[in-house]
Design a protein around this ligand. Structure first.
Ligand SMILES: NC(=O)c1ccc[n+]([C@@H]2O[C@H](COP(=O)([O-])OP(=O)(O)OC[C@H]3O[C@@H](n4cnc5c(N)ncnc54)[C@H](OP(=O)(O)O)[C@@H]3O)[C@@H](O)[C@H]2O)c1
Length: 256
């Protein structure tokens, strides 16, 4: 069976770069997101099979699983769809933002994983192994002021990754988690800050952040490891960022 991977959140940023990287290494890809036009453009470029699906909608997720099963199955799943809404304090944030973050980062991840597990098991039967990778965040490992709902959701996704690894023990299905730090993608911070382009540019000023392509290369590299090897938690930051609180602005230079 040819290696075939489903990537959610493939219409931009890390997800799109991940589809490109898998395709470059000869994997068949299934690109999943809500915006069909962007997925079609990616498909023209990479040959990806496109499934339009909102991961927070259970019916659409069931249809996704049926589509993947009918069009060639899968040996890999990347749960990458996600995002942050707002950067307000616990005291002043809105429950609607928190619900939206839980829906996409935690419940959507669970829903897609549960729906695709039978397909991945079939893939593992035929190919010998399968992999599930959850894109969480360093915000799922360390709290920060204003992180509120995003911290809570990504800590949740981190916990789900650990639970799933325990629950799948004994099966040839590895569960990986990739927790990126500062990544400059086109839409992530813009969405978080509700379209305020000036504020959204600030975190990336005077620093070399990760690019989506950097994350994709490490992510796909983990899939390319021999099937008995599991890089179960990968924390990936730019060198200029030594913790969620420490970003060095300005050039990096050896001390004299
Ligand atoms: N950028 C960073 O600094 C950073 C750092 C650490 C972790 N992360 C995580 O990395 C992942 C990708 O982030 P990114 O920077 O590439 O952000 P992005 O460009 O905003 O990508 C988010 C992707 O998720 C999709 N998506 C959102 N809601 C969805 C839903 N309900 N159903 C299906 N797809 C949905 C979006 O596509 P549609 O709108 O077309 O559905 C988009 O393709 C996210 O989980 C994010 O939390 C990002």
């Amino acid at each position: 069976m040819q290696k075939r991977v489903v990537v959610t959140g493939a219409s931009s940023g890390i997800g799109a770069a991940t589809v490109r990287r898998f395709a470059a290494l000869g994997w068949q890809t299934v690109a999943v997101a809500r915006r069909e036009d962007r997925l079609r453009a990616l498909a023209d470029e990479t040959g990806a099979h496109v499934v339009v699906c909102d991961v927070t909608d259970e019916e659409q997720v069931s249809r996704l699983a049926a589509d993947v099963a009918a069009t060639g199955g899968a040996t890999g799943l990347v749960n990458n769809a996600g995002g942050a809404f707002g950067a307000d304090s616990v005291e002043h944030s809105s429950n609607d933002d928190w619900r939206a973050m839980f829906e996409v980062n935690v419940i959507g991840l669970r829903s897609v994983t549960a729906a695709l597990l039978p397909v991945l098991r079939e893939g593992a039967r035929r190919a010998g192994s399968a992999s599930i990778l959850n894109v969480t965040s360093t915000a799922g490992l360390d709290a920060y002021p204003g992180g509120g709902g995003y911290n809570a959701a990504k800590f949740g996704a981190h916990a789900v990754s650990n639970v799933l690894r325990l629950e799948l023990a004994g099966e040839p299905i590895r569960v990986l988690e990739l927790a990126p730090g500062l990544v400059h993608t086109e839409e992530f911070t813009l969405n978080r800050l509700r379209g305020d382009a000036e504020a959204a540019a600030k975190p990336y000023l005077d620093v070399e952040p990760l690019r989506a392509e950097d994350v994709a290369e490490v992510l796909v590299g983990a899939f390319e490891q021999p099937p008995h090897v599991n890089q179960d938690l990968i924390v990936l930051r730019p060198v200029a960022q030594s913790s969620v609180f420490h970003v060095h602005r300005g050039p990096l230079a050896p001390r004299t």
